[in-house]
Design a protein around this ligand. Sequence first.
Ligand SMILES: *Cc1c(COP(=O)(O)O)cnc(C)c1O
Length: 381
Amino acid sequence: MTPKFETRAVHDGQEADPETGAVIPPIHLSSTFKQDGIGKHRGFEYRRTNNPTRQRLEHQVASLEKSQHGIAFASGSAATTSIQLLLQAGDHVICGDDVYGGTYRFFDKVMKNFDVSYSFIDLTDPDKLKTAIQDNTKMIWLETPTNPLLKVSDLGALSTIAKEKSIMTVVDNTFATPYLQAPFDYGADMVVHSATKYLGGHSDLVGGIVLTNSDSLAERLRFIQNSAGAVPSPFDMWLLSRGIKTLALRMERHCSNAEKMVKVLQQDDRINQIYYPFLAGHPNEDVARKQMSRGGGMVSFDLSNRAEAERFLSNLEIFSLAESLGGVESLAEYPPEMTHGSIEPERRHEIGINDGLIRLSCGIEHVDDLIADVQQSLNKL
Ligand SMILES: *Cc1c(COP(=O)(O)O)cnc(C)c1O
């Protein structure tokens, strides 16, 4: 019997050190590895190419995502970059219209210079994908739930359409984590994470990882990883492995806190709209409940305008005003000028990011304190 998620999170890739018996494997900082003869090594030659601490982490995350291969990078963005380097000039990519701002920026402002074209469309409607596919479409890139509007796309429906045309489906699973959503069960070809967020979970490292079941994609990604060099430090990978051991516990609390927060916000008439995947009335609630086990720790909502948003954020006491998400501590931010500031205002409005939008990353503190904090700040509007 395959051990369950919580058990794999603690043990897979994290076996005791064979040399000393240390229950917690050591961090290997060495940049180079002694060879037994010319070209005869014990699996490691040079730290960019591979190192024991990174390899353990890669096994651990691959196990949680139920995949064969994990390839870790210096950041989620480096993982994204490396996946784009699988493409060639002339290729076309279809991307969700509400993806992480930095992903949009990289596709639209950098990759375009290399003659790769991108269509940004609303992937919550699979029919829109069908009409956007071109002869040169090679990849579909999506996040679900999305950032910051927590829109949900049907992973099974989208990857089925893609497969018929031999198009690769890449899912950024940063928001849901493998604990809540398993994209490979729905036909994804690659999963990417910003490990900086929930996987790490303590806001003290930056990292990224790509997972796949394809031997040929993994081989190509490792070649790109070694050639382009955006590799993570062993220290960050060690911290990441440590953080992941509590992923299941943390996600349960993040979800419970977010669900209770949503209930309170629903009863507050100062809030215009709430965005949460499992909220009754969410346009894709059924799909969310089908492919996610819980709704996640992120909650967004609309105040009336920028001035209200600013007042709300400046009066919070427990929530910190900060970018990023997924740490044990609660964060609040203003997407229009922070995480999504790199998106032009017209485009922002088009995709529904309003001027009063607030995004909360509910941490694992006591929920009564989090709710009291939000309420005292709303009372000062
Ligand atoms: C943060 C984030 C990224 C980028 O990851 P970094 O580790 O910051 O480079 C990509 N996708 C999503 C959904 C993110 O939240």
